[in-house]
Design a protein around this ligand. Structure first.
Ligand SMILES: C[S@@+](CC[C@H](N)C(=O)[O-])C[C@H]1O[C@@H](n2cnc3c(N)ncnc32)[C@H](O)[C@@H]1O
Length: 259
Protein backbone atom coordinates (compact mmCIF):
# COMPACT_ATOMS: atom_id res chain seq x y z
CA UNK A 1 0.00 0.00 0.00
CA UNK A 2 1.28 3.42 -0.93
CA UNK A 3 1.68 5.82 2.03
CA UNK A 4 3.14 8.59 -0.15
CA UNK A 5 6.44 8.42 1.66
CA UNK A 6 5.03 8.31 5.21
CA UNK A 7 6.17 5.56 7.59
CA UNK A 8 2.73 5.22 9.21
CA UNK A 9 -0.53 7.15 9.46
CA UNK A 10 -1.45 6.68 13.14
CA UNK A 11 -2.14 9.98 14.99
CA UNK A 12 0.65 9.53 17.55
CA UNK A 13 2.09 12.22 19.85
CA UNK A 14 4.04 14.89 17.91
CA UNK A 15 7.39 14.02 19.50
CA UNK A 16 7.48 10.28 20.17
CA UNK A 17 10.06 9.15 22.70
CA UNK A 18 9.82 5.35 22.43
CA UNK A 19 8.83 3.31 19.39
CA UNK A 20 8.90 -0.45 18.80
CA UNK A 21 9.07 -2.25 15.44
CA UNK A 22 8.02 -5.88 15.94
CA UNK A 23 9.36 -8.47 13.44
CA UNK A 24 11.65 -5.78 12.10
CA UNK A 25 13.40 -8.02 9.54
CA UNK A 26 16.34 -6.10 8.10
CA UNK A 27 15.32 -3.16 10.28
CA UNK A 28 14.70 -0.81 7.37
CA UNK A 29 11.54 0.73 8.87
CA UNK A 30 13.18 1.14 12.31
CA UNK A 31 16.22 2.87 10.80
CA UNK A 32 14.10 5.23 8.70
CA UNK A 33 11.88 6.11 11.66
CA UNK A 34 14.96 6.78 13.82
CA UNK A 35 16.45 9.05 11.14
CA UNK A 36 13.22 11.04 10.91
CA UNK A 37 12.91 11.24 14.73
CA UNK A 38 16.39 11.70 16.22
CA UNK A 39 14.91 12.32 19.70
CA UNK A 40 13.14 8.96 19.77
CA UNK A 41 14.58 5.64 20.96
CA UNK A 42 13.55 3.00 18.39
CA UNK A 43 13.73 -0.71 19.20
CA UNK A 44 13.44 -3.36 16.48
CA UNK A 45 12.83 -6.98 17.48
CA UNK A 46 12.98 -10.15 15.41
CA UNK A 47 13.61 -13.89 15.68
CA UNK A 48 16.58 -13.60 13.32
CA UNK A 49 19.74 -11.47 13.71
CA UNK A 50 19.55 -10.03 10.17
CA UNK A 51 19.67 -6.34 11.15
CA UNK A 52 22.55 -4.07 10.08
CA UNK A 53 25.43 -3.61 12.54
CA UNK A 54 25.63 0.05 11.51
CA UNK A 55 22.49 2.03 12.37
CA UNK A 56 21.67 5.48 13.81
CA UNK A 57 22.56 5.75 17.53
CA UNK A 58 18.89 5.95 18.54
CA UNK A 59 18.07 2.48 17.11
CA UNK A 60 18.70 -0.81 18.87
CA UNK A 61 17.84 -4.33 17.81
CA UNK A 62 16.88 -7.26 20.03
CA UNK A 63 16.38 -10.91 19.25
CA UNK A 64 12.97 -11.77 20.61
CA UNK A 65 10.06 -14.04 19.80
CA UNK A 66 7.03 -11.72 19.77
CA UNK A 67 4.92 -14.65 21.01
CA UNK A 68 6.94 -14.81 24.26
CA UNK A 69 6.18 -12.55 27.22
CA UNK A 70 7.04 -8.86 26.55
CA UNK A 71 9.30 -7.45 29.27
CA UNK A 72 10.02 -3.91 28.04
CA UNK A 73 10.61 -1.40 30.81
CA UNK A 74 9.27 1.61 28.84
CA UNK A 75 5.83 2.29 27.42
CA UNK A 76 5.78 2.91 23.66
CA UNK A 77 4.18 5.77 21.75
CA UNK A 78 3.91 3.52 18.70
CA UNK A 79 4.18 -0.20 18.08
CA UNK A 80 4.62 -0.93 14.38
CA UNK A 81 4.14 -4.28 12.62
CA UNK A 82 4.52 -4.76 8.86
CA UNK A 83 4.35 -7.87 6.66
CA UNK A 84 3.55 -10.16 9.56
CA UNK A 85 0.78 -12.20 7.95
CA UNK A 86 2.91 -15.36 7.91
CA UNK A 87 4.57 -14.89 11.29
CA UNK A 88 2.57 -15.75 14.38
CA UNK A 89 0.64 -18.77 15.66
CA UNK A 90 -1.58 -16.41 17.68
CA UNK A 91 -1.60 -12.93 16.14
CA UNK A 92 -4.37 -11.73 18.48
CA UNK A 93 -2.19 -12.56 21.52
CA UNK A 94 0.67 -10.52 19.97
CA UNK A 95 -1.78 -7.60 19.57
CA UNK A 96 -2.65 -7.93 23.29
CA UNK A 97 1.04 -7.80 24.26
CA UNK A 98 1.39 -4.70 22.06
CA UNK A 99 -1.62 -3.05 23.73
CA UNK A 100 -0.16 -3.60 27.19
CA UNK A 101 3.21 -2.17 26.16
CA UNK A 102 1.73 1.10 24.85
CA UNK A 103 1.47 4.41 26.71
CA UNK A 104 -2.07 4.47 28.18
CA UNK A 105 -4.33 6.95 26.40
CA UNK A 106 -1.89 8.05 23.69
CA UNK A 107 0.01 4.99 22.42
CA UNK A 108 -0.98 3.53 19.05
CA UNK A 109 -0.38 0.23 17.28
CA UNK A 110 -0.10 0.40 13.49
CA UNK A 111 -0.23 -2.75 11.36
CA UNK A 112 0.29 -2.99 7.62
CA UNK A 113 -0.13 -6.21 5.66
CA UNK A 114 -1.27 -7.58 2.34
CA UNK A 115 -4.66 -9.27 2.13
CA UNK A 116 -3.62 -12.54 0.56
CA UNK A 117 -4.19 -14.21 -1.84
CA UNK A 118 -3.89 -12.00 -4.94
CA UNK A 119 -7.15 -11.22 -6.72
CA UNK A 120 -8.29 -11.23 -10.35
CA UNK A 121 -10.44 -8.34 -11.57
CA UNK A 122 -11.66 -10.54 -14.43
CA UNK A 123 -11.75 -14.36 -14.11
CA UNK A 124 -8.41 -15.89 -15.22
CA UNK A 125 -8.27 -18.48 -18.02
CA UNK A 126 -8.30 -22.17 -17.04
CA UNK A 127 -4.85 -23.40 -15.97
CA UNK A 128 -3.45 -19.98 -14.96
CA UNK A 129 -0.40 -20.76 -12.79
CA UNK A 130 -0.98 -17.72 -10.56
CA UNK A 131 -4.52 -18.90 -9.72
CA UNK A 132 -3.10 -22.31 -8.75
CA UNK A 133 -0.38 -20.62 -6.65
CA UNK A 134 -3.10 -18.66 -4.85
CA UNK A 135 -5.06 -21.81 -3.95
CA UNK A 136 -1.93 -23.72 -2.88
CA UNK A 137 -0.82 -20.84 -0.65
CA UNK A 138 -4.18 -20.63 1.10
CA UNK A 139 -4.32 -24.44 1.54
CA UNK A 140 -0.76 -24.79 2.86
CA UNK A 141 -0.93 -21.80 5.22
CA UNK A 142 -4.23 -23.11 6.62
CA UNK A 143 -2.67 -26.54 7.16
CA UNK A 144 0.08 -25.06 9.35
CA UNK A 145 -2.43 -22.98 11.32
CA UNK A 146 -1.17 -19.60 10.04
CA UNK A 147 -3.63 -18.78 7.23
CA UNK A 148 -2.35 -16.00 4.98
CA UNK A 149 -5.83 -14.57 4.52
CA UNK A 150 -6.27 -13.74 8.22
CA UNK A 151 -5.33 -10.05 8.02
CA UNK A 152 -9.01 -9.36 7.36
CA UNK A 153 -9.56 -10.12 11.09
CA UNK A 154 -7.03 -7.61 12.43
CA UNK A 155 -9.41 -4.73 13.20
CA UNK A 156 -11.84 -7.03 15.00
CA UNK A 157 -9.04 -8.70 17.00
CA UNK A 158 -7.72 -5.28 18.00
CA UNK A 159 -11.12 -4.24 19.35
CA UNK A 160 -11.49 -7.57 21.14
CA UNK A 161 -8.19 -7.18 23.02
CA UNK A 162 -9.08 -3.61 24.06
CA UNK A 163 -7.92 -1.11 21.43
CA UNK A 164 -10.16 1.92 20.79
CA UNK A 165 -10.40 4.34 17.86
CA UNK A 166 -9.62 1.46 15.54
CA UNK A 167 -9.37 2.56 11.92
CA UNK A 168 -8.92 0.23 8.95
CA UNK A 169 -8.01 1.33 5.44
CA UNK A 170 -7.67 -0.80 2.34
CA UNK A 171 -6.16 -0.07 -1.05
CA UNK A 172 -5.78 -2.13 -4.20
CA UNK A 173 -2.77 -2.03 -6.50
CA UNK A 174 -2.31 -3.80 -9.82
CA UNK A 175 0.55 -6.28 -10.06
CA UNK A 176 1.24 -5.27 -13.65
CA UNK A 177 0.51 -1.88 -15.25
CA UNK A 178 -3.02 -2.75 -16.42
CA UNK A 179 -4.82 -0.12 -14.32
CA UNK A 180 -5.22 3.42 -15.67
CA UNK A 181 -3.16 6.30 -14.26
CA UNK A 182 0.55 7.03 -13.91
CA UNK A 183 0.60 6.46 -10.13
CA UNK A 184 -1.12 3.06 -10.48
CA UNK A 185 1.28 1.98 -13.20
CA UNK A 186 4.39 3.02 -11.25
CA UNK A 187 3.17 1.39 -8.02
CA UNK A 188 2.35 -1.84 -9.86
CA UNK A 189 5.83 -2.14 -11.33
CA UNK A 190 7.48 -1.67 -7.91
CA UNK A 191 5.12 -4.20 -6.34
CA UNK A 192 5.65 -6.66 -9.18
CA UNK A 193 9.44 -6.49 -8.77
CA UNK A 194 9.11 -6.96 -5.01
CA UNK A 195 6.87 -9.99 -5.40
CA UNK A 196 8.91 -11.58 -8.21
CA UNK A 197 12.03 -11.22 -6.01
CA UNK A 198 10.32 -12.58 -2.91
CA UNK A 199 8.04 -15.28 -4.28
CA UNK A 200 10.56 -18.11 -3.95
CA UNK A 201 11.10 -17.30 -0.27
CA UNK A 202 7.35 -16.96 0.29
CA UNK A 203 6.63 -20.32 -1.34
CA UNK A 204 9.53 -22.68 -0.59
CA UNK A 205 8.65 -23.96 2.90
CA UNK A 206 4.90 -24.09 2.30
CA UNK A 207 5.07 -25.88 -1.05
CA UNK A 208 7.92 -28.32 -0.27
CA UNK A 209 7.38 -29.09 3.44
CA UNK A 210 3.61 -28.77 3.67
CA UNK A 211 2.36 -29.72 0.18
CA UNK A 212 5.21 -32.14 -0.59
CA UNK A 213 6.34 -30.58 -3.90
CA UNK A 214 9.93 -31.13 -5.05
CA UNK A 215 12.14 -28.05 -5.21
CA UNK A 216 12.59 -28.52 -8.99
CA UNK A 217 8.83 -28.68 -9.60
CA UNK A 218 8.30 -25.56 -7.52
CA UNK A 219 11.01 -23.53 -9.27
CA UNK A 220 9.66 -24.42 -12.72
CA UNK A 221 6.13 -23.55 -11.54
CA UNK A 222 7.26 -20.20 -10.10
CA UNK A 223 8.66 -19.15 -13.48
CA UNK A 224 5.13 -19.57 -14.90
CA UNK A 225 3.68 -17.69 -11.91
CA UNK A 226 6.09 -14.80 -12.53
CA UNK A 227 5.08 -14.70 -16.21
CA UNK A 228 1.46 -14.41 -15.08
CA UNK A 229 2.37 -11.60 -12.68
CA UNK A 230 3.86 -9.70 -15.63
CA UNK A 231 0.91 -10.39 -17.95
CA UNK A 232 -1.13 -7.19 -18.33
CA UNK A 233 -4.05 -9.18 -19.77
CA UNK A 234 -4.64 -11.04 -16.50
CA UNK A 235 -5.82 -8.01 -14.46
CA UNK A 236 -4.28 -9.21 -11.20
CA UNK A 237 -4.24 -6.98 -8.14
CA UNK A 238 -3.14 -7.08 -4.54
CA UNK A 239 -5.19 -5.60 -1.74
CA UNK A 240 -3.32 -4.05 1.15
CA UNK A 241 -4.60 -3.34 4.62
CA UNK A 242 -3.60 -0.78 7.24
CA UNK A 243 -5.10 -0.82 10.73
CA UNK A 244 -4.32 1.36 13.69
CA UNK A 245 -5.82 1.72 17.14
CA UNK A 246 -5.15 3.42 20.47
CA UNK A 247 -4.63 2.09 23.97
CA UNK A 248 -7.39 3.69 26.08
CA UNK A 249 -6.79 5.54 29.36
CA UNK A 250 -7.44 3.23 32.34
CA UNK A 251 -10.81 4.88 33.10
CA UNK A 252 -11.86 5.33 29.47
CA UNK A 253 -14.88 3.52 28.07
CA UNK A 254 -14.06 1.74 24.78
CA UNK A 255 -16.19 4.01 22.57
CA UNK A 256 -13.94 5.04 19.67
CA UNK A 257 -15.50 5.99 16.31
CA UNK A 258 -15.50 2.45 14.94
CA UNK A 259 -15.65 0.39 18.17
C1 LIG B 1 8.23 -10.63 5.88
S1 LIG B 1 9.41 -10.19 7.10
C2 LIG B 1 8.93 -8.51 7.43
C3 LIG B 1 10.06 -7.67 7.94
C4 LIG B 1 9.75 -6.21 8.22
N1 LIG B 1 8.65 -6.05 9.14
C5 LIG B 1 9.51 -5.42 6.95
O1 LIG B 1 8.39 -5.00 6.68
O2 LIG B 1 10.49 -5.23 6.19
C6 LIG B 1 8.82 -11.04 8.53
C7 LIG B 1 9.79 -11.02 9.68
O3 LIG B 1 9.12 -11.55 10.81
C8 LIG B 1 10.06 -12.25 11.61
N2 LIG B 1 9.31 -13.13 12.52
C9 LIG B 1 8.60 -14.23 12.20
N3 LIG B 1 8.05 -14.76 13.30
C10 LIG B 1 8.41 -13.99 14.36
C11 LIG B 1 8.18 -14.03 15.75
N4 LIG B 1 7.44 -15.00 16.29
N5 LIG B 1 8.73 -13.07 16.54
C12 LIG B 1 9.48 -12.09 16.00
N6 LIG B 1 9.75 -11.99 14.67
C13 LIG B 1 9.23 -12.93 13.85
C14 LIG B 1 10.91 -12.96 10.57
O4 LIG B 1 12.16 -13.35 11.11
C15 LIG B 1 11.02 -11.89 9.48
O5 LIG B 1 12.18 -11.09 9.66
Amino acid sequence: MNLDGKLHIAPIVPEPKNVLDVATGTGVWAVEFAQENPGCAVVGTDLSPIQPSYAPPNVSFEIMDAEDEWTFTVKFDLVHLRAIVSCFKDTKAVFKSALESLAPGTGYMFVRDPLMPFKFFTPPPEGTALAEWNSCLVEASQKVGMPWNRSTNYAQWMREVGFVDVVEKREAAGLSPWMKGKRNKETSLLLQENICNGIEGMSMALFTRVLGWSKERLLEFLERVKNDLRNVDLHVFSEGLMVYGRRPYPDEEPCGPSS
